[in-house]
Design a protein around this ligand. Structure first.
Ligand code: ATP
Ligand code: MG
Length: 361
C-alpha cells in the first residue's frame, strides 16, 4: 500500500466543514442518500447518543432518507465478560430509538442486530485483507476504549471491530453515517476500505461508496464526571429511560468546581461548560445566555436548572417509552422485518462482491 494511501486519523476541522456541506445537500437531494448508523447493545441510550447522533437520524428520516440502524451485538464481546443482557438490550435500544422518533414502521427505516445478517458478516473477511495490523493498531478510538475498559488481555475482536463496522456500513452501501466525534477514525477506515476494495477489485465500476460522516452540532457530550465522554460503560451518563428522580440524583453528583460565578468557558471550566451545553441543547438557547442568567447562583442553581430542563425535554420520550414497553411483540416483529430487509440487500451486495473478486462458481 502506497504512502499516500495512509489513513488520516486527524482531520476534525476538515470533517466538520465537509459535514456541513453534506447536510446542505441532504436537504436538497434526500434520495441520493442511504443512512447507516448504529449502537452497541451494551445498555440503554443516554443523552450523549441523543444529541450526538439520534436527533440527526430522526431529522434525516423525516427528510425521507432511507435509514438502516445496525445494533452491533457482536461488538459487545470485544470488551465485556457478560453477555447475559444482549438480547434484552437489543429490544431496549429499539424502544429508545422509537421513543426518540425513529419510525421502523414507515417502510423506509430498518433496525436489525448484525448477528442475524450473515451476508454482512461475510464481508469482514475480504475487508481484513485490505488493512494492515499497524493501521488497526494506530486507531485512537480503539486505544482509548482499551484504556477505558481496564482490560489486561485484549482480544483480537477489539482491534478488528472497526473493520467489522466497515462491513456494517458497506453491506448496504450506506453513504451517510450520523456519528459522534469518537467514531470519526472508524469512518475514515471504512472510507479507506471502500476505496481499496474498489481499486483492487472493481476499478472500472466501483462496488462501494465512500461514506461520509454527518456530525451534529454537539459531536461530543462529556460525562457527568467531567473527564471523559459520556458513555454507557463509564457510569457517567443520563439515560433516556431514567426516571425524573434518578436524573436529579445523577446531576446532584455531577462534578463541578468551587467558583460561584457560572460562565461558559470550555477551556478553563470544562465541567461547568458541559452542563451548560446540555441545558442549552434541551432549552434551545445559547449556553452563554444560560450562564449569564445563573450568574452568581453557583453550581447548585445550575444543577437545578439542568435537572428541570432535561426532565422536561425528555418527558414526552419517556412517556412514549412506557407505552412501547407494553408492546414487546410488536417491537420484536419490527426488528425481524429489519433483519429480513438487511439480509436481502446484503445478499445482493455479496453477489456483486463475489463476482468482482472472481469467486463465482
Ligand atoms: P459503549 O460505552 O458501550 O461503547 P457508547 O456510549 O460509547 O457505548 P456507542 O454505542 O459506542 O455508545 O455509540 C453509538 C453512537 O453514539 C456513535 O455514533 C457515537 O459516536 C455516539 N455517541 C456515543 N457517546 C457519545 C457522546 N458522549 N457524545 C456524542 N456522541 C456520542
Ligand atoms: Mg462506544
Amino acid at each position: 500500500m502506497s504512502e499516500n494511501a495512509k489513513i488520516d486519523y486527524t482531520t476534525f476541522e476538515a470533517t466538520v466543514e465537509r459535514s456541513r456541506k453534506l447536510d446542505e445537500d441532504l436537504v436538497k437531494n434526500p434520495d441520493k442518500y442511504r443512512v447507516l448508523t448504529g449502537d452497541r447493545p451494551t445498555g440503554r441510550l443516554h443523552i450523549g447518543h441523543l444529541f450526538g447522533s439520534i436527533q440527526n437520524r430522526v431529522r434525516l428520516q423525516r427528510l425521507g432518507v432511507e435509514t438502516f440502524i445496525v445494533i452491533a451485538d457482536y461488538q459487545v464481546l470485544t470488551d465485556r465478560d457478560s453477555f447475559d443482557s444482549i438480547s434484552d438490550n437489543v429490544i431496549q435500544l429499539a424502544i429508545d430509538y422509537m421513543a426518540a422518533g425513529i419510525a421502523p414502521d414507515n417502510g423506509k427505516t430498518f433496525i436489525f442486530p448484525h448477528s442475524h445478517v450473515p451476508e454482512l458478516n461475510q464481508l469482514v473477511l475480504p475487508f481484513l485483507t485490505l488493512v494492515t495490523n499497524a493501521e488497526l493498531d494506530r486507531n485512537p478510538t480503539v486505544k482509548e476504549e482499551i484504556l477505558a475498559s481496564g482490560q489486561k488481555k485484549i482480544n483480537a475482536g477489539m482491534y478488528i471491530y472497526p473493520v467489522h463496522q466497515a462491513a456494517d456500513i458497506l453491506f448496504c452501501k450506506g453513504n451517510v453515517v450520523p456519528v459522534g466525534k469518537d467514531q470519526l477514525p472508524h469512518l475514515e477506515l471504512t472510507r479507506v476500505i471502500a476505496r481499496r476494495f474498489n481499486d483492487r477489485f472493481a476499478a472500472r465500476k466501483p462496488v462501494f461508496p465512500e461514506p461520509q460522516p454527518l456530525l451534529s452540532q454537539s459531536p461530543l457530550i462529556m460525562g457527568l464526571d467531567g473527564s471523559q465522554k459520556m458513555s454507557k460503560s463509564r457510569n457517567n451518563a443520563i439515560m433516556l429511560s431514567a426516571t425524573e428522580d434518578e436524573t436529579a440524583n445523577l446531576i446532584k453528583k455531577a462534578k463541578t468546581d468551587a467558583d460561584r460565578l457560572i460562565e461558559y468557558d470550555l477551556q478553563k471550566r470544562p465541567e461547568i461548560a458541559n452542563l451548560l451545553l446540555i441545558a442549552s441543547l434541551c432549552l434551545g438557547r445559547a449556553p452563554e445566555e444560560i450562564a449569564r442568567e445563573i450568574g452568581n447562583g453557583g453550581a447548585g442553581a445550575l444543577k437545578k436548572m439542568l435537572t428541570e430542563s432535561i426532565n422536561e425535554y425528555l418527558r414526552p420520550m419517556r412517556k412514549k417509552r412506557l407505552e412501547l414497553e407494553s408492546n414487546m411483540d410488536y417491537i420484536r416483529q419490527l426488528i425481524k422485518n429489519g433483519v429480513q430487509k438487511a439480509r436481502q440487500i446484503g445478499s445482493e451486495t455479496l453477489e456483486e462482491v463475489r463476482e468482482v473478486m472472481n469467486m463465482k462458481i
